[in-house]
Design a protein around this ligand. Structure first.
Ligand code: 5AD
Ligand code: FES
Length: 347
């Protein structure tokens, strides 16, 4: 049953795909509670009640890709496209540093304007001005040479969700211009270069089965990422997948807990998508084993234009408001947001 499998997972940090599938298909409210409790205990034994924050700067919504689920896909004509200048990005970092952020996440679409020269210049400048901060990039698929240059410029971490560990499922979510093999190559290249790598997937993505999620867990188990971003799929009304239902908060929290059991020291964000699906979503995420939150640090003027999915929260708030809001939310459940780079602890 569930109990035997969880006990095995706790001891060995690994299971057969069939066992992961069983854990996903045979949940009950009671086993959910029990597994979440275990995940929270493990998190506390490594990270205490500290919650790491990352300042998320959404610096361009221009994208060459056409992922079927994503609101800023190239073929969505309703998006007001923008890109921040180097000065605007640096100004967001300045605000963020004053607010206590010691990690900046530069996230954007795959925008050809940001050549290696331009992006490296931005990364080096942030690195020089804020030597006490970690720089995380989340700018999609690039060449190995590009990843190497950005790393040398001072980027230490890279988020590139695998989206799904199943090649057939990948094809249902992406046009044929994108390839599962290439994405996996990028992820491996990032690891080889020396980045701390974040992977992840949407929960309740269209066409996703328990088997697919089990494959995702197996991939997480074997790849051993430093970070793992998971959040519910939320349909965007101007995309081909607009009529699919959103993923569930409970299932997302359950997977957060399982991932914590698989990788005890992994950095696990309670995502904005989770907070969008449930006003207490991020708190629920932390109470399922998450230990990171990523408040928005983008200039307020552009926030409404970075809508990967509908009803995204925090698009009207100032950065300081988001920081304060999350601090209070975490305090309300007995956790504190810390001023720290928030590197992964190795156990
Ligand atoms: N719902 C939830 N998450 C989404 N993402 C993109 N579109 C959506 C959506 N409609 C996630 C993808 C991507 C990350 C930046 O945002 O997993 O990797
Ligand atoms: Fe942005 Fe709460 S985190 S308003």
């Amino acid at each position: 049953g569930i109990i035997q499998r969880i006990q095995k997972l706790e001891k060995e940090h690994a299971l057969a795909i069939e066992d992961y599938e069983y854990l996903i298909e045979n949940r009950t409210p009671e086993t959910d509670d029990w597994i979440r409790h275990k995940a929270v205990q493990i998190t506390r034994s490594i990270y205490g009640r500290d919650i790491y924050v990352r300042g998320l700067i959404e610096f361009t919504n221009i994208c060459r890709n056409n992922c079927y689920y994503c609101g800023i896909r190239k073929d969505n004509p309703h998006v007001r496209r923008y890109r921040l200048s180097q000065e605007e990005i640096l100004s967001s970092c300045k605000t963020g540093h004053a607010l206590g952020f010691r990690t900046f996440v530069l996230q954007g679409g795959e925008d050809a304007y940001f050549t290696d020269d331009r992006l490296c210049a931005i990364v080096s400048e942030i690195h020089e001005r804020y030597p006490d901060c970690a720089i995380t990039l989340s700018v999609g698929e690039r060449s190995a040479e590009s990843y190497r240059r950005l790393y040398e410029a001072g980027a230490e971490r890279y988020l590139l969700r695998h989206e799904t560990a199943d090649a057939d499922h990948y094809r249902l979510l992406h046009p044929s211009t994108m390839s599962f093999a290439h994405r996996m190559d990028c992820i491996r290249t990032l690891r080889d270069i020396g980045y701390a790598v974040g992977i992840g997937m949407m929960i309740g993505a269209p066409y996703q089965t328990a088997r697919h999620l089990a494959e995702d867990l197996k991939f997480i188990e074997t790849f051993q990422p430093e970070m793992c971003g998971i959040g519910p799929f939320i349909p965007h009304g101007q995309t081909p997948l607009k009529d699919f239902p959103a993923g569930s908060v409970d299932l997302t929290c359950y997977l957060l807990a399982l991932i914590r059991l698989i990788c005890p020291d992994v950095l696990l964000p309670a995502t904005t998508a989770l907070g969008t699906m449930d006003p207490k979503g991020r708190e629920k995420g932390v109470l399922s084993g998450a230990n990171v939150v990523m408040p928005n640090l983008s200039p307020t003027e552009v926030r409404k234009d970075y809508q990967l999915y509908d009803n995204k929260i925090c698009t009207g708030e100032e950065s300081a408001q988001c920081r304060g809001c999350l601090e209070r939310r975490m305090l309300s459940i007995g956790y504190q947001v810390v001023t720290d780079r928030g590197d992964k602890k190795n156990i």
